[in-house]
Design a protein around this ligand. Structure first.
Ligand code: UD1
Length: 418
């Protein structure tokens, strides 16, 4: 595995420009295959997960061109090729091929998704949605076989608010006959981004950003050009890293509204956060107060940012309680932070953090993408002059565009080691 070496103790200073959102890109790329002609995606992040998705589209017969941060997807040669194994198992968002291929061709064979397996992540709500639209589904040898003669719009109530299920049902329903309503839908900005692309392609999706999404099926979808929204999780990670190192950073090319939950928590701790039109400035302080954090569905504090936040909370005086209401056991990073001297206890779905003690360097391992981000933030706070070795850089590369370059520009001393 590759390692990220972090010589901490330097306050981050300067401006970091945030790339397009991973979780949008990984839904927009499969959404594009619903079109009959070329789709151009701008502001594409440079991530290993995006590379894998590019390979998946090529396996399906699409032509994909890359030009800097632009991706051009020509879906004319695309077929519903079975994808039981291989690349689909390397990332979670491969499940969007189920909805997209089902919507376009009436059939899909897609292996159960991989990605960050910090706990079991079922896809029963995706399946429930496809079945409601009239699809027949069999799980054979670890791959989901989905078939429908004609998808017919339906009313679908999600038992749990799920980003993936909401988007997947939107993809399947865009070309279905009649009207589909998704009740108890997720409201994340990435869902709005997907609906914006679909509507630019000629779909009729309304109500995104609310609990009820209405999709009126259309006969066909055309190509278009779309710019991906900024990555709020990467942005929040830099905000947290700026606070943790007592730095002064402008996080640029963001939608400050998407960062409100994080900005509010940082402010509550005593960090200075200033919102601008398309940027936020974060100025760290010598001392922070402990706060309680609840990771929730949007617009709450994102579960994807709770692990880096835990690293920051080790720097706050007093006891902070961080509870994840989306994933009950997304805490594999705790033993690693403990190696660095953090005092954290796990109680049910909460991490109880006794803060205020400086962290020390250690050899630690990233067990998943966001756990990796937590360890990098922790390493940046170490002032003893020793080097923190974060193993499992592959996980971090899945979700952080040009991490080493960005941190270096902000004055951090970080480098890759094979
Ligand atoms: C997406 C994000 C991930 C983020 C998560 C929550 C992508 C590629 N990934 O994951 O970064 O952490 O949203 O914001 O966009 N659930 C079920 N049954 C289902 C689906 C979900 O029980 O069929 C549960 C999950 O176990 C979890 C909760 O619902 O407890 C939310 O999961 P969901 O929003 O679906 O997460 P993902 O879409 O997989």
């Amino acid at each position: 595995m590759n390692k990220l070496m972090v010589a901490g103790g330097r306050p981050l200073k300067g401006t970091v420009t945030i790339s397009g959102a991973k979780n949008s890109a990984l839904a927009l790329i499969p959404a594009a295959i619903l079109a009959e002609s070329k789709v151009i995606l701008d502001n594409l992040p440079e991530l290993s997960d995006v590379e894998i998705y590019t390979e998946l589209l090529t396996e399906l017969g699409a032509t994909v061109e890359r030009n800097g941060d632009q991706m051009i997807i020509s879906p004319e040669g695309l077929r519903s090729v079975p994808l039981p194994n291989g690349n689909v198992k390397k990332l979670r968002a491969s499940y969007y091929l189920m909805g997209a291929l089902l919507g376009k061709f009436g059939e899909a064979v897609v292996g159960l998704p991989g990605g960050c397996n910090f706990e079991p992540r079922p896809i029963d709500q995706h399946i429930k949605g496809f079945e409601a639209l009239g699809a027949q589904i069999v799980n054979e040898g670890g791959a989901i076989h989905i078939r429908a003669k004609r998808l017919i719009g339906a009313r679908i109530y999600l038992d749990v608010v799920s980003v993936g299920a909401t988007i997947n049902i939107m993809l399947a329903a865009a070309l279905a006959k009649g009207i589909t309503t998704i009740e108890n839908a997720a409201k994340e900005p990435e869902i709005i981004d997907v609906a914006t692309l679909l509507n630019s392609m000629g779909a009729r999706v309304k109500g995104v950003g609310t609990e009820t999404i209405r999709i009126e099926g259309v006969e066909s979808l055309n190509g278009c050009r779309h710019s991906i929204i900024p990555d709020r999780i990467q942005a929040a990670t830099y905000m947290i890293a700026a606070a943790a190192t007592r730095g002064d950073v402008i996080v640029d090319n963001v939608i400050p509204k998407h960062l409100e939950a994080v900005s509010a928590k940082l402010t509550e701790m005593g960090v200075d956060v200033m919102e601008m039109d398309e940027a936020v400035r974060v100025i760290g302080k010598p001392e922070y107060q402990a706060v309680d954090v609840k990771a929730l569905i949007y617009p709450g504090f994102a579960t994807d940012i709770q692990s880096p936040m835990a690293s920051l909370l080790t720097q706050a005086k007093g006891t902070s309680i961080l509870t994840d209401y989306v994933y009950s056991s997304r805490f594999k990073y705790i033993p690693e932070l403990s190696r660095m001297g953090a005092s954290i206890k796990l109680e049910g779905r909460s991490a109880v953090i006794e803060g205020g003690h400086p962290l020390t360097a250690a050899k630690v391992t990233a067990t998943d993408l966001r756990a990796g981000a937590a360890l990098v933030v922790a390493g940046l706070t170490v002032t003893t002059g020793e080097i923190t070795e974060v193993d499992g850089l592959e996980f971090i590369d899945r979700g952080y565009d040009r991490l080493v370059e960005n941190l270096s520009l902000l004055g951090a001393e970080v480098w890759r080691k094979e």
